[in-house]
Design a protein around this ligand. Structure first.
Ligand code: FES
Length: 150
């Protein structure tokens, strides 16, 4: 099913617009002029995921330098802090969690999750939906899932 969720002008960069589509709520994100949609439901324990903070990938090299990757953006779940790649819905251990290196992750999660430098994939994947811009309208197709990995 396809839904028009607004005009392009209604979407702020690096923010989610939360919309109700049928019996579910979805967060539609505008990230560097690309659009992504995640179900507003954290697969960990059901928090309203898309109400969380939207942040770029930050990597601390040492106490004085933080690198910012503007191509990779996460939404942090407001309840327990799992961070989800907005492009794919894949969860990752956040920068404030124990170091990704040395943490055991199942082979299945490692094999299927797209790589984000310096992060280990987590076990959760939020539902994501295909979004396209048609003329000046943003359209979410809840019957289609984006190809993974991107
Ligand atoms: S409910 Fe989202 S991290 Fe726990």
């Amino acid at each position: 099913m396809q839904y028009v969720v607004g005009t392009v002008a209604e979407f702020e960069e690096h923010r989610a617009k939360i919309v109700r589509l049928g019996d579910r709520t979805i967060g539609v994100f505008r990230i560097n002029d690309e659009y992504y949609a995640l179900r507003n439901y954290c697969p960990h324990q059901g928090a309203p995921l898309c109400a969380g903070k939207v942040l770029p990938d930050l990597t601390a090299q040492d106490d004085s330098q933080v690198d910012v990757d503007e191509k990779t953006w996460f939404v942090a779940c407001p309840w327990h802090g799992w961070e989800y790649d907005i492009r794919t819905g894949q969860s990752y251990f956040g920068a404030h969690h124990p170091p990704a290196r040395g943490y055991h992750v199942s082979v299945t999660a490692q094999a299927s999750a797209p790589e984000v430098q310096g992060r280990a994939p987590g076990p959760y994947v939020a539902d994501s939906y295909e979004v396209r811009v048609q003329d000046r309208y943003v359209v979410v197709d809840t019957s289609r899932r984006p190809d993974r990995p991107r």
